[in-house]
Design a protein around this ligand. Structure first.
Ligand SMILES: [Fe+2]
Length: 301
């Protein structure tokens, strides 16, 4: 940790890392797109092209000719080829580790309609699984589009390392505040008076053992989140909100169309609201992993 460029006291290593990070950083979303002809068997060159973009920007967009083919093997095999293996399963992943994000019908018996991802509402900036315990932090995320909405549903994307740089440049104290292990707490969730999940405290920024990479847990939600009662944390959160609300050449905006997907090291993202129409209902498969994309870590892991 102490020789990590992410450590707030390690100024020289930070500057070296920052300058390398920002050199030739992609200027537009198109530079992150990789065409994959047969996603069930991606070629070595296609895999290398995705990995190269993820090493630089923690994310890539793949485009396949599969259109609205709902075969879950499409995203799963792309993920597997990039080292994403250990899927996070929970009660809404349909038993195979993948969630089908679509507007829930009223009679859905698992109460999906209570969760914003299963509605057509906008979702504010976040990283996925910010409420998971450290042994189950979500390091990799894949979103595969089977069907897009005719209107809306775009995502904004921001590399968490770019957010880190912006915060550190404004005040290194913000990094120190957000690395505290109790900076952000997700209060316990009660389902019908039974505790479904206990209080979950953790840092916003953490250095991952092994890869040495930066992990970020964040949500811009104001409900169901408690920030540490500490002026430094409050100031850092306000600064981060400012960064996310300001126009930036580093924020990519795009819309996944059928056959396309986002593969990333759980970057910051949001989602615009959308409107379905008859016969065209937005459907996104979401896979969350305990793995980062292989070969994209600070130390090469
Ligand atoms: Fe998300």
């Amino acid at each position: 940790m102490n020789d990590s460029p992410f450590h707030p006291d390690n100024h020289d290593a930070y500057l070296r890392w920052r300058d390398a990070k920002l050199a030739d950083y992609p200027a537009k979303l198109e530079q992150l797109v990789v065409e994959i002809q047969d996603p069930r068997h991606p070629s070595a060159a296609e895999v290398a092209a995705v990995r190269e973009r993820c090493r630089k920007a923690n994310m890539a967009i793949y485009a396949t000719p599969c259109g609205t083919d709902p075969d879950k093997a499409i995203p799963r095999e792309v993920g597997r080829a990039l080292g994403l293996e250990r899927l996070d399963s929970h009660l809404m992943t349909d038993g195979d580790g993948l969630s089908a994000l679509t507007v829930a019908e009223n009679d859905d018996n698992r109460g999906k309609g209570d969760y914003i991802p299963y509605t057509n509402k906008p979702i504010r900036w976040h990283t996925d699984g910010y409420y998971n315990t450290p042994d189950h932090w979500i390091l990799g995320l894949l979103l595969h589009c089977v069907q897009s909405a005719p209107d809306g549903g775009e995502n904004q994307l921001l590399d968490q390392e770019i957010a880190y740089i912006a915060l550190r440049e404004s005040n290194p104290g913000h990094i120190r505040a957000l690395m505290q292990p109790d900076a952000m707490t997700v209060p316990a969730r009660m389902d019908e008076n039974v505790m479904a999940r206990p209080d979950q405290s953790g840092p916003v920024f953490a250095v991952l053992p092994g890869s040495g990479s930066l992990h970020m847990r964040y949500t811009a939600r104001t409900r169901s989140i408690a920030w540490k009662d500490d002026p430094a944390v409050k100031a850092a959160v306000a600064a981060l909100e400012d960064i996310l609300a300001s126009p930036s050449p580093y924020v990519f905006r795009g819309k996944l169309e059928p056959g396309m997907g986002l593969i990333c090291n759980n970057v910051l993202h949001d989602r615009a609201g959308f409107t379905d129409c008859d016969g065209r209902k937005r459907l996104i498969y979401r896979a969350r992993y305990y793995d980062r994309i292989a070969g994209t870590g600070l130390n090469g892991e």
